[in-house]
Design a protein around this ligand. Sequence first.
Ligand code: TYD
Ligand code: MG
Length: 441
Amino acid sequence: MGRCPGCEGWNTFQEEVVYRESEREKQRERWRGNQSNSLAEAQAVPLPEVQAGERVRLKLPDAELQRVLGGGLVPGSLVLIGGEPGIGKSTLMLQMAMSLEERVLYVSGEESASQIKMRADRIGLVNPDCYLLTQTNTTQILQQARKLEPAFLIVDSIQTLRSPLLDSLPGSVTQIRESAGELQRFAKETGIPVVLIGHINKEGQLAGPKLLEHVVDTVLSFEGDRNHAYRILRSLKNRFGSTDELGIYEMRGSGLRPVSNPSELLIAQTDEQLSGSAIAATVEGLRPMLIETQALVSTAVYGTPQRSATGFDLRRLHMLLAVLEKRGKFPLGQYDVFLNMAGGIRVQDPGIDLAVISSLLSSFHDIALPYHSCFAGEVGLSGEIRAVHRIEQRIQEADRLGFKLFYLPRSNMKGLDSSRYAIELKPMGKVEELYHELFEL
Ligand code: TYD
Ligand code: MG
């Protein structure tokens, strides 16, 4: 059918195979195997009597990945790792496969065996028990996997898989759903954890939409700016751990290097004081992290002032500029504003606002901020500086790295024992107050 009479869109129909009951039963039988609980015997049990029987997780040598997964791979779990093309998903997984001392099966439907070999050579790790299969047919993949019995299975990528049970093209919604379903049944039945790689489309959605998120146990997202070296691995859903954890990597010529101490990389520790640069004490996930924010405010050359932000939400920048304009009477509407986060890292913590505002003002006046100072605080619409979470962790991190001044929301001071830190705390209530404190104008 060409045009949908409902939504009037062209070629929007997707093929969906409806099995006749007998075929569906046959298909179920294949994986049901020796599962004893047939439908007739199903019985509800009181929850306290259920045996948890936590099975041993597969430990990974990569501490970042291990932590993001909530402490290793759970047997029989299905993990989806999504990210834009070229961000390093295949590298991350191949690296994990090569660094384990277990049998691993790496299935690729994207690249040839020689391409993968070349990447493995760059990474420079060797696992003699790592097997490679270039195949897209799910039946054949699972056949091989059953034969090899690996400690875990990697599939690169879910969009290339094709189940012979369906006629539709790889990458279509029905194919993705069916292939993911087959892999999930395989994982549950054999206890072999399966990692799926999935591409993200232009809108930032996992292609083969949201439906995959319900099928899998864990969804990880690999993000970063391709032109920068740093990558963040976030957990968006995890049935076996917290989603607050996050891993940081640096892309090098020889693969991805876990960064265990991000603060030291994300701030340029020069003794020269530059205007427009402020250090933010942020918390990403559960981790405190100091990041340098850089702003450039300059007279608009063209009629309409430009605003651009890397690693920061542009709408939030507009909001902060409006606050400064209204509350502080700075004529920023006539200026071009550029904002950068060091390393191209995308910051989600609203506590970075105070550093952004400070760097904007510093660039506007062309006056450097006080020596060895750093900032944490969210800025509200009326220019009030609001409390942030995990303030102690932020202060400790700044203290540890030798900072001298810490600007923070006044409302965060309650119950804070400042004598525990060498760093001097500067509580601030409003943006105006911060302004007078910083520039004394
Ligand atoms: P890749 O893992 O192929 O990305 P994805 O599977 O997410 O599409 O890696 C993409 C980029 O990483 C590629 O442009 C080259 C770079 N890279 C390095 O810089 N160093 C390395 O050691 C490797 C293997 C890749
Ligand atoms: Mg790839």
